[in-house]
Design a protein around this ligand. Structure first.
Ligand code: SF4
Length: 240
């Protein structure tokens, strides 16, 4: 049975405590939504620095993303390797661009700014290969600047351990659960900041295999304090 505590399972105090460690988080640069989608697709199950390097190589070769329509797997795979599943992603990207062009008549996702967030998320998730993490990244990280929390593997793990979301749920369930808990007066910037506090916390303190609970700013109220080395971490280490 999931145990929920009043604190710090509430998002504002969790945010406030992590802020004391990582500082306030604000976006420095927002990409257009199509670029953000392509970056998110490259980034699935891949370290950020590897993703960014692949994205820069791809962008240099395709300054106009529409040209990806004519690209082959053989064209793209050497550019994006060593991202995880580079062969699959090299096949998916031209299809993704083609489908957006077919649906919209242009390679733009700017129209999503006028849609309710849930509908925009659903529209994106109907694109081939686009899951809730990539869809939320497009909505929240890009110039769309919408209220959608990006739940990646680090955010998901920390949220589970804090009791903010169910331990057996998938990313979509975690997204829904966390968005239900986002205070009504939080806008896109606050949701953005929550992601960029939970993620580094998951990367540096609440890690998969060796969480440093003794150093954790949330330890006094975390229901999983002392979780180091448990089987849950090993089973769901690559659930993004
Ligand atoms: S106390 Fe441990 S398990 Fe809980 S959030 Fe902190 S590092 Fe993670």
């Amino acid at each position: 049975m999931q145990i929920r505590l009043a604190l710090p399972s509430d998002l504002p105090p969790t945010r406030d405590r992590l802020r004391t460690v990582f500082g306030p988080q604000r976006p420095e640069h927002r990409m257009d939504p199509v670029s953000q989608l392509i970056k998110a697709m490259l980034g699935a199950r891949t370290y950020d620095e590897v993703t960014w390097a692949a994205f820069v190589r791809l962008r240099s070769a395709f300054p106009d993303w529409a040209a990806l329509v004519h690209a082959t797997q053989q064209d793209l795979e050497p550019l994006i390797d060593p991202v995880t599943f580079a062969d699959q992603k090299a096949r998916q990207l031209p299809i993704l661009v083609r489908v957006i062009l077919l649906k919209r008549g242009e390679l733009s996702l700017d129209f999503l700014a006028a849609e309710p967030v849930d509908e925009a998320l659903a529209w994106l998730m109907r694109l081939p290969g686009v899951g809730v993490k990539a869809a939320a990244a497009v909505l929240n990280f890009s110039t769309l600047n919408q209220r959608a929390l990006v739940v990646d593997t680090h955010v998901h793990r920390v949220a589970r351990r804090l009791g903010l979301t169910a331990r057996g749920g998938d990313l979509r369930e975690a997204y829904d659960s966390l968005m239900d808990q986002v205070p009504a007066d939080w806008g896109p910037e606050q949701v953005f900041e929550l992601h960029w506090l939970l993620k580094p916390h998951g990367q540096s303190i609440c890690t998969h295999f060796d969480p440093a609970c003794g150093l954790c700013a949330l330890k006094d109220a975390c229901p999983r304090v002392g979780v180091a080395g448990d089987q849950e971490s090993r089973i769901i280490a690559f659930d993004a």
